[in-house]
Design a binder for this molecule. Sequence first.
Ligand code: ADP
Ligand code: MG
Length: 550
Amino acid sequence: VGQVETFEFQAEAQQLLQLVIHSIYSNKDVFLRELVSNASDALDKLRLESLVDKELDADTSDLHIELAADRDQRTLTVRDNGIGMTRAQVIELIGTIARSGTAEFVSRWQQAKQDGNAELIGKFGIGFYSGFMVADRVVLVTRRAGEAEGTRWESTGADTYEISTVADAAVGTSVTLHLKPADEDDHLHDYADPAVLRRIVKRYSDFIAWPIRMREPEAEAAETLNSMKALWSRSAADIKPEEYTEFYRHVSHDWTDPVETIHLRAEGALEFDALLFLPAHAPHDLFARSARRGVQLYIKRVFIMDDCEALLPEYLRFVKGVVDSADLSLNVSREILQQDRQIQTIRRRLVKKVLGTLKDMLAKDPERYTGFWREFGQAVKEGLVNDPDNQAAILDLVQLASTHDPARPSTLREYVERMKPDQTEIFYLVGEQRATLENSPHLEAFTANGIEVLLLHDPVDAMWVDMVGDYDGKTFASASRGEVDLKTETDQAPAAEDYAGLLSWMGARLADKVKQVRLSTRLTTSAACLVSDAFDASPALEKLYRAMGQ
Ligand code: ADP
Ligand code: MG
């Protein structure tokens, strides 16, 4: 063992560690799921790396995960012979919180704790640090495949960790937990007990594609604890809901339950399995350029890549899951995938399936759907602009704020059903804030005549409403345009000649600000309002163009 160096955890990491250690976590068992999940990822990566890099000197003949419990020492070791980490990676990956969404997660957890919401706390997945729920000291020894030396990392979960170099570490990673004293009456959670470990692996990690082995002290051979059956290749009828949920947690690194599970098995000319999930909550970086996609690509059960952008369009980037194709070559690159005809066919099928599933959800469980739409609607609407082939299907999914019922969003279908008998257009108002729209003088005449107006306040709304043109044969019409024909009986045109003096005076005073000052029947209580010409860009769109430098 080389010289020992002490490092400080990054601030957010310290915070997370303190939360992990001091919180009453309702279900400590999940630490094992997290460590096994990391080990499984590391095995996937080594397998892949050795396929791509023929020079890599790594033994992939018996990739596996091993659990070793020592009741006398009160330790539990989770070991894998996967890709391993370099010293720099250990510092980067374990000493800081590299994972996106973790800062948000910390604040959510604090909130949940404050509210005494133990149920929610129990649903968090916290990665590597979850080991500190059950251990007061954690030692990680790792060697990256292809590297000469290994690295040892050790911490008690306080503010610092220690790092040293080890000459003889095996390729892969071992994590040893020095377990906290066992609770005398709580044998179910004694993590040095093989029976307990067996139960937890079965419960949370059965689908892991690599063998999870354990050898009991007296036993002759190690036993494999998990069935290793890829969940997506099993028949949906045999899969329990909690198996889906655990798998979702493994692929998504999310701690909540998904709102929807989509299990698709395509047979015939093009064979593939897809197991997709719609998460319950939008990640904080849903609109960041760097946002990761959620679908992994497998080829005949072999993990190929995370984050496969070729499989789903960007507006469905929040969908998580796995696609396993039978007919692709194993050494595909991202660039090739974008062009691949089969991938494109799979992609079309997946989009149809996801949109169809959403349509069903809207019909059968509108409340759940509205929850989904609140989280992801803004992303889905991008599809109206970017995916012309599915525009009609997406229009059926859109929910928008409406003057009809401020408490409930409306679909376009519902709007059309409520249209007045002689109304031919779908009226909307675009703006940046819903409150501003609700108080807009443009609405006065509509309100007075009982005509519903959609209030579009997402940035993307200005773009699609302009491009889409119509829904169900009804044209979209801005309520802020100059000439709106409300076809009302109450219209009493004020005599133009009575106001000629005032109008020309105002026109002259405002000459550099407006095109024209004219009389209108559209206002009921406000004295004046600004409108745009029928062929002008809407103010919101104008603003968007200006922001884009046009
Ligand atoms: P996540 O798995 O969500 O990325 P974790 O806290 O579980 O977050 O792990 C952080 C990172 O540390 C992983 O992304 C991975 O790069 C690295 N890591 C953790 N465990 C292992 C392991 N057994 N082998 C190789 N790398 C690992
Ligand atoms: Mg992890």
